[in-house]
Design a protein around this ligand. Structure first.
Ligand code: 6PG
Length: 249
């Protein structure tokens, strides 16, 4: 299930995560000339993004070599208060000089299934170009980093308990209607998540402690605990936690 790092406070956790983000970006740019990252949504990463968008972190990244995607998105327009893009724009994108063409937003204003197909096509175009492929053969969507959160029900990205995405072996992106939220979500599938070089879970708060203990120690049951499905074939997973989230480990 990967490395587990516990930090005493949310502040320490976020500073450590900012350091890790910047280090991974630097390593990837040095090794491959690019850093392709899928960002997570929700509320936890907001303070991480604010740290990375300011000194001493912001000037350590060559943002012209960074390609930003999202692990999932709510089926709302980009300016909606629930939009992960809007949250990221306000906390990260506004503070960095990222070429607009390096930002690959989920066009969640489209109908959900159309938005998923559109995003999947753009992922394929990006990764085909990255591997210099011109023919139609599909390459792997190998992100250098996928940042993930975890809900108190053990979901991650927008792969919720019972989601069809858990059985998906072909599609890179799907649209899912989430009954409990009464809302559509667009999400990367485990096909893409498990192709990543590095996966970083950022989990904070005592409300996650029970789910986290089950995800990390209960028998494999991703249909109930979707975060358990994250097991990259050729990559690593690091759980960066604060003391609240780790309280039951
Ligand atoms: C989203 C996220 C989702 C999030 C968890 C945790 O779109 O909401 O991608 O997977 O990471 O729900 O959310 P919090 O960080 O708000 O607790």
């Amino acid at each position: 299930m990967g490395e587990i790092e516990v930090y005493q406070s949310e502040g320490e956790l976020m500073r450590a995560a900012a350091e890790r983000f910047v280090s991974l970006a630097g390593e990837s740019v040095r090794a491959q000339g690019r850093f392709a990252v899928a960002l997570s949504g929700g509320s936890t990463p907001r303070s991480l993004y604010k740290l990375v968008a300011n000194e001493p972190f912001v000037s350590r990244v060559d943002w012209t070599r960074v390609y930003v995607f999202w692990g999932d998105e709510r089926a709302v327009p980009a300016d909606h208060h629930d939009s992960n893009f809007r949250m990221t724009k306000e906390s990260l994108l506004q503070g960095i000089r990222l070429p607009p063409e390096n930002i690959h937003r989920v066009r969640a204003e489209l109908a959900p299934k159309e938005a998923a197909l559109d995003y999947e096509q753009r992922l394929k175009t990006f990764f085909r170009k990255r591997y210099g492929k011109t023919d139609s053969t599909t390459v792997a969507a190998r992100f250098d980093l996928i940042l993930l959160g975890m809900g108190s029900d053990g979901h991650t990205a927008s792969v919720f308990p019972g989601s069809a995405a858990l059985q998906e072996r072909e599609r890179w992106v799907v649209a899912d209607y989430v009954e409990k939220l009464e809302a559509w979500r667009i999400t990367l599938t485990p096909v893409v998540i498990n192709a990543a070089r590095h996966v970083l879970f950022l989990v904070s708060g005592g409300d996650k402690a029970s789910a986290l203990r089950r995800v990390l120690s209960a028998p494999y049951q991703p249909d109930t605990l979707p975060a358990q499905v994250v097991q990259p074939e050729d990559g690593d997973v690091t759980w960066m936690l604060d003391a609240g989230a780790a309280a039951l480990l």
